[in-house]
Ligand binder design. Structure first.
Ligand SMILES: *[C@@H]1O[C@H](CO)[C@@H](O)[C@H](O)[C@H]1NC(C)=O
Ligand SMILES: *[C@@H]1O[C@H](CO)[C@@H](O)[C@H](O)[C@H]1NC(C)=O
Ligand SMILES: *[C@@H]1O[C@H](CO)[C@@H](O)[C@H](O)[C@H]1NC(C)=O
Ligand SMILES: *[C@@H]1O[C@H](CO)[C@@H](O)[C@H](O)[C@H]1NC(C)=O
Ligand SMILES: *[C@@H]1O[C@H](CO)[C@@H](O)[C@H](O)[C@H]1NC(C)=O
Length: 476
């Protein structure tokens, strides 16, 4: 008993108090579109459905027991009215109903009555089937979405059966008599089938990954942080949305802050992305030591007026060409602190605090340290969605260089700061060319996002969108 209580408490302490960094909201519009697509899909599937044989026995009081088997049943016609589905607050889930479903079937029959075997074909019509199913959504200990059936009701309005061939004329009169029972048997089969498909869905959900490797360095954790929230117009899922370094798996020294998504009932779904998600990626790269680069002269475009050569440094560090003439230089650039993004209404800000260590490369290959500069820079950017692509632009707002230490004596940083700004401006122009082209919005296998809008808010980005099936035939 006690161990299980401890486990429960541990789970609570893990999940409570952790704010989701990603929120996904499904609106009623999205639910209705999903239902419409799902209904079309079910209708398509119904036509090709095959039923297992049904066997049973009927006691016909004066004659004895007749054993029967209905085989090879296929649907010949199906009247599939549009089901209804709604968010169901009472059970944190959905309520789905279909009313007035009618199905015509055809198949074969066999009977055994004593030593008499008989057989033929039959047509069956099942009229006015009403089914109501209520499912509850929840979260399992691993943060998967879970779904359970909490209620199912099925009513079959009427059944009509016509037997052909064999000695069907003998038992045809009994059909009316046993219609109630046949109706009951069909009724009794519907809910177990519904429940089975819900269990099936649940096992798919259980098998879903909640952690994804993004590249060789980063993994993204996406378990639910709490139970789904359902109100009468939406379903809200909170996901952890945290990147980790695959190497260190270190927890960043900052936490996800809560945020409230604006209601967007005119879109099918909304996704809110906290700045925490981006910053956790930044921290993961930082903790794995990936925010560092070595810049050498072969990376400087040949057309550049300045090269990483001590002889070319005269205008910036007058004593350098005298102390170390004609040597190539290396620059070690790295982040001193985690570069952090901050989302603000209409803009994103990024602070970068880094350092540059400069070395002269001696003819024998030895690297002689020259000086170390701190770089403090601020960037601001915008992101937007156009032509179904996520686009952006970045600008550098500030860049200051401070001399931290020097093996070549002190020097003024103004000139070299101007050079760094020029370099950064060139780099930003190249970056903006890429950002301006943008990246295609993520698409699922057969579903595409349309009418997508993006809004930057305090601490998060809200993306709202409609979805559209790419093929007309449903997702196969
Ligand atoms: C949904 O709930 C809100 C308040 O909880 C209420 O104002 C609104 O009328 C409800 N809408 C429907 C369609 O029931
Ligand atoms: C500069 O660095 C690149 C990549 O690290 C390397 O391939 C190249 O040989 C280096 N060039 C010089 C001149 O050191
Ligand atoms: C560095 O620049 C000087 C002067 O322009 C040149 O003579 C020298 O060859 C350059 N060094 C290297 C290794 O390219
Ligand atoms: C390489 O050359 C530098 C400068 O000439 C010298 O100080 C250093 O000792 C040399 N290193 C080796 C390993 O030869
Ligand atoms: C640029 O940064 C320096 C030092 O961090 C600061 O004093 C200055 O006000 C900043 N300028 C702008 C325009 O933000």
């Amino acid at each position: 008993m006690l161990p299980s209580v401890i486990v429960v408490l541990m789970l609570i302490s893990f999940t409570c108090g952790e704010n989701p960094a990603i929120q996904v909201i499904l609106t009623d519009k999205g639910l209705q579109y999903g239902k419409h697509v799902g209904a079309g899909w079910i209708q398509d599937k119904l036509e090709s459905i095959t039923f297992p044989d049904i066997s049973g026995e009927i006691d016909i009081s004066i004659f004895g027991t007749v054993y029967y088997t209905l085989t090879g049943m296929t649907i010949t016609k199906c009247d599939f009215p549009e089901p209804s589905v709604e968010f169901y607050q009472d059970s944190t889930g959905f309520k789905t109903s279909i009313s007035g479903l009618s199905v015509a079937l055809t198949g074969g029959w066999r009977t055994q009555f004593g030593i008499i075997h008989d057989g033929g074909s039959f047509d069956m019509a099942i009229f006015n089937v009403d089914v109501t199913s209520v499912v509850e959504l929840g979260m399992d200990p691993d943060g998967h979405l879970s779904v359970t059936s909490v209620r199912c009701e099925a009513v079959v309005g009427d059944v009509d059966i016509q037997f052909h061939g064999g000695a069907s004329w003998i038992f045809e009169p009994f059909v009316d008599h046993y219609k109630g029972r046949i109706r009951g048997e069909i009724e009794g089969k519907i809910c177990p089938n519904v429940e089975e498909s819900i269990i099936n869905l649940e096992s798919h959900l259980q098998a879903m990954k909640v952690s994804f490797d993004v590249d060789q360095y980063l993994t993204l954790d996406l378990p639910l942080t709490g139970s789904p929230v359902v109100d009468n117009s939406s379903l809200n899922l909170g996901l952890k949305g945290e990147f980790y370094s695959i190497k260190t798996h270190a927890e960043p020294p900052f936490e996800a802050q809560p945020f409230t998504m604006p209601e967007q009932p005119d879109y099918m779904l909304s996704v809110g992305l906290s700045e925490f998600t981006l910053n956790s990626a930044s921290y993961a790269y930082y903790s794995a030591g990936l925010f560092q680069a070595l810049i050498n002269d072969s990376m400087v475009p040949p057309s550049s007026p300045v090269h990483l050569n001590t002889s070319a440094m005269g205008p910036f560090i007058p004593q350098l060409p005298k102390m170390f003439p004609g040597l190539l230089m290396d620059l070690q650039v790295y982040a001193r602190e985690v570069p952090l993004f901050s989302f603000q209404p209409g803009a994103v800000a990024l602070g970068f605090q880094g350092a540059i260590k400069a070395f002269a490369i001696q003819p024998n290959g030895t690297q002689t340290p020259l000086f170390k500069l701190n770089v403090d820079s601020k960037f601001s950017g915008k992101v937007w969605i156009a032509d179904e692509r996520l686009k952006g632009s970045m600008a550098m707002n500030n860049l200051t260089l401070t001399l931290v230490s020097s093996e070549v004596g002190t020097f003024k940083t103004d000139a070299i700061e101007g050079l760094a700004r020029m370099g950064a401006t060139l780099a930003m122009a190249r970056l903006n060319e890429k950002l301006g082209k943008g990246v295609v919005l993520p698409r699922m296998k057969d579903v595409q996002l349309v009418n997508t809008v993006l809004e930057m808010d305090e601490g998060f980005i809200a993306i709202s969108s409609d979805a559209q099936l790419i093929t007309d035939r449903g997702f196969n």
